[in-house]
Design a protein. Structure first.
Length: 333
């Protein structure tokens, strides 16, 4: 096995209805790497449900790619990612959405090289809408700082390459954030632990294919309930008050997040019944939320969700990480 295949494996969550997009992704992986990178695929459906068994058999026959399939109950997104993380045997894990394709000569080698040269704990790529030159992420409004050629910022999903043991050590993905806010959570937990994240804008790129069916987030029925739960749980866990540092989250809740169900401002008479629906789940999870929040308070940094992290803060994180990353880097070939 060559060094790249020894260093990293990919994790993909998919559904039978997204088979066309999954195979498009696998083709792109094959086109940018001849190294036989292991791909762990979790089919998020039971074997006897909606063709999951047929997809499993088709994936197993996919040429030039080592694929392991894990048929499941209906996992939430963070549960599925934690499942894939639990069976990862390489120092690095690349989590990539099944409605993306990956492009660029030596893209994986470039990313691994950037990780080796920096103290980034998790790295991502820029992405474009479909086959256009319209940038999807990073969004123009996302706070970012370019330092020594690396764009330091929170990774907004689609693809992230991270040290697998470090992800486990910080607790993995928060399974209470079932279909929303899980990326905000894991980024902020990384930062509170002293580990920076960012994009390599020159390593390669993704294409995000917007027409993929049955998205677990976009167009999800009653998504607003996941949003309200995510806001309440995150506010409680991270201690988000209404001061200047935490104000950004509540501003975005008002201007963007609570409009996911429709484009109009949500009215109090619409919001309150939804809060009543979500509160029993918050009450049920109250002890776990408290334990999680207490752990967050004990971490060395107090960075908040959606905080505009300054250049000075990124440099401070990078300096701190320089004393703690070697145990993870040492596993790379």
């Amino acid at each position: 096995m060559n060094s790249l295949a020894s260093n990293l494996s990919l994790g993909i969550i998919t559904l039978p209805s997204r088979k066309e997009y999954l195979f498009k992704l696998l083709e792109s992986v094959k086109s940018v790497s001849s190294s036989g990178i292991r791909v762990n695929i979790l089919i998020n459906a039971k074997v006897d449900n909606n063709g999951a068994g047929n997809l499993e058999n088709a994936v197993k026959e996919y040429p030039n790619t080592t694929v392991t399939t894990y048929n499941s109950e209906t996992y939430s997104i963070p549960e599925a990612r934690n499942k894939i993380l639990s069976i990862c045997e390489t120092p690095l894990i690349g989590l990539i959405d099944d409605d993306c394709t990956i492009h660029g000569e030596h893209v994986f080698e470039n990313l691994v090289d950037t990780l080796k040269k920096t103290n980034l704990a998790m790295i991502g790529l820029k992405s474009y809408v479909d086959d256009s030159d319209v940038m999807f992420k990073p969004r123009k409004t996302t706070p970012k700082e370019v330092i020594n050629g690396v764009t330091y910022m929170k990774i907004e999903g689609l693809f992230a390459l991270a040290y697998s043991q470090l992800l486990r050590d910080v607790g993995g993905f928060n399974e209470r954030k079932r279909f929303w806010m899980e990326w905000t959570d894991i980024n902020t937990v990384m930062h509170r632990n002293g580990y920076p994240t960012g994009l390599d804008m020159n390593a390669g790129y993704l294409r995000h294919w917007m027409g993929a069916p049955d998205s677990a987030t976009r167009g999800r029925k009653d998504r607003v309930y996941d949003v309200i739960y995510g806001l309440l749980a995150t506010g409680l866990e991270f201690g988000c008050d209404y001061n200047v540092t935490e104000l950004k989250m509540w501003e975005m809740a008002e201007s963007t997040f609570l409009k996911y169900e429709n484009e109009n401002d949500i009215k109090v008479r619409e919001l309150l019944p939804k809060l009543v629906t979500v509160l029993p789940r918050i009450i049920r999870d109250a002890e776990k939320i408290k334990v999680y929040g207490d752990r967050l308070k004990s971490l060395p940094f107090n960075i908040m969700p959606f905080e505009n992290i300054t250049r000075e803060q990124w440099l401070e994180l990078t300096q701190y990480a320089s004393h703690h990353m070697q145990k993870y880097k040492s596993g790379l070939l």
